[in-house]
Design a protein around this ligand. Structure first.
Ligand code: PMP
Length: 458
């Protein structure tokens, strides 16, 4: 065992510059498309699409299974998969068929009337996640927003508790972190907050039961909204006993527990909730269950549903603040039914998890060979490496281990050689179509990237 390697920053910057120049050379059509988008705010359909290590985004031409190609004719192995929205793979045949039939033969994309698919989806989500009554949104963000409103209403409590450096969508209540002084504060960059987030929310570090107990003791927390493992600040896995402790404390304090399974769905067919035997009151989810078509969903316990439906003062039918015109639309429901019944099946998850295990093992070996003080975490079909070892145990520590320069280099290097990682982190997700050969290709390029970075370095 040798000394841990220190990255030569001058060399890193030099290589990143070289890779960006190579990217510009290889992607003139994407550059052109970007230049012509002057009537888009920030030149992109949605400002997040400017998150590009290479300088500008690649423009998509086609996407199928685990592959994506751009307008300059390059093909990529896609480990980003729409940051989980395409965990079923791009345009899986059963989803294409179901949606095409719904739009074409049957017709009716937006009717504000139920189709029979929705009840089938509700039953399947109940079987998988354990909570028996479901409702739909179009995004996971809205599923979380509406769940929060319902739980505020039913408890009469004003606050929501989240983990520091969580992500649950653009949900006002969730943009809170534990500051360096240990006190709660607004997350940096919080855009146009409607009110001071410390008045609507409480925050505790992930894996910190004492902190959670202290915050819940105020008696004003309607719900804890959490991912069973953090996935948006690297993967931060729960330590033994932590999730049991969360459940015990929330019960003790009369606080509802929401598991946001939007990303942790990668743990298995019933997400982390089923994989780890969790007992949340509410499960929220979005993205992948629609096979690429917009959908969000939240499920709740029978008691909670009965309490809510029994409340004559809550307007759940019209403009009371929960619901949306397009939620539960026939296309989303057809896509979700096909995804759950035919694509993200138990057998598919078993294969995805096996491929992801190979991904994680390979990355670990390469990192060790270069003596880099990094760590690799896996959550079912999702793998992420972090520039810290051992792996950070909470969101604040994980945020502190971010290294933008290193990320930019690795992402651009990989992109130039046909590998797409999630722009927001070093996350690689497997879909049913991802093969061990795809993983081997990643490892070959990743190895080469580290080889060039560490050559001649001490
Ligand atoms: N919850 C979690 C855990 C997420 O990771 C995300 C998005 N990354 C969301 C909710 C929000 O999803 P959307 O942007 O599709 O609303």
């Amino acid at each position: 065992p040798g000394a841990e390697r220190v990255i030569d920053r001058d060399r890193l910057r030099l290589l990143t510059g070289r890779e960006r120049a190579l990217f510009a050379e290889r992607n003139p059509r994407s550059a052109d498309a970007y230049a012509r988008a002057g009537h888009l705010f920030g030149r992109v359909p949605m400002t997040w699409m400017n998150k590009s290590a290479a300088g500008y985004p690649v423009y998509v031409d086609r996407a199928r299974g685990a592959r994506l190609s751009d307008v300059d004719g390059h093909e990529y192995v896609d480990f980003c998969l729409g940051d989980t929205a395409a965990m079923a793979g791009h345009s899986p045949a059963p989803v294409v068929e179901a949606v095409t039939r719904r739009l074409g033969e049957l017709g009716g994309a937006s009717t504000m009337l139920p189709t029979e698919d929705a009840a089938v989806v509700g039953a399947e989500l109940s079987r998988r996640f354990g909570v028996p009554e479901w409702s739909f949104a179009l995004t996971a963000t809205d599923a979380n927003r509406w769940a929060i409103r319902l739980l505020r209403a039913v408890t009469g409590r004003s606050r929501i508790l989240v983990n520091s450096y969580c992500y649950h969508g653009s949900v006002d209540e969730s943009l809170i972190v534990v500051g360096p002084d240990g006190r709660p504060r607004s997350r940096e960059g919080n855009v146009g907050a409607p009110s001071d987030v410390t008045l609507t929310s409480r925050v505790a570090e992930f894996n910190d039961l004492d902190g959670l107990a202290r915050e819940l003791a105020h008696g004003d927390v309607a719900a804890v909204l959490m991912e069973p493992a953090l996935t948006n600040i690297g993967i931060v896995l729960p330590e033994p006993g932590y999730l049991e402790g969360v459940r015990a404390l929330t019960r003790e304090h009369g606080t509802y527990l929401i598991n946001d399974e939007t990303h942790t769905f990668s743990a298995g067919p019933g997400g982390a909730t089923a994989a780890w035997g969790l007992e949340p009151d509410v499960v929220t989810i979005g993205k992948a269950i629609g096979g690429g078509v917009p959908v969000g969903a939240y499920g709740m316990s029978a008691e909670l549903a009965a309490d809510l439906l029994g409340r004559g003062d809550l307007d759940l039918i019209d403009m009371g603040g929960v619901g949306g015109t397009l939620a539960g639309n026939p296309v989303s429901m057809a896509a979700t039914r096909a995804t759950l019944e035919e694509v993200l099946t138990e057998a598919a998850f078993a294969g995805m998890i096996e491929v992801a295990t190979g991904f994680a093992d390979g990355v670990r070996k390469i990192i060790d060979r270069y003596a880099l003080p990094w760590s690799v975490s896996r959550l079912g079909a999702r793998v992420e490496y972090r520039f810290a070892s051992p792996a950070p145990r909470n969101g604040t520590a994980s945020a502190a281990s971010a290294d933008g320069e290193l990320e930019d280099y690795l992402h651009t290097y990989l992109l130039n050689r046909g590998i797409l990682l999630t722009p927001f982190h070093n996350m690689a997700l497997m879909c049913p179509a991802t093969t061990p050969e795809d993983v081997a290709r990643h490892h070959e390029v990743f190895d080469a990237a580290l080889g060039e970075l560490t050559r001649d370095a001490s």
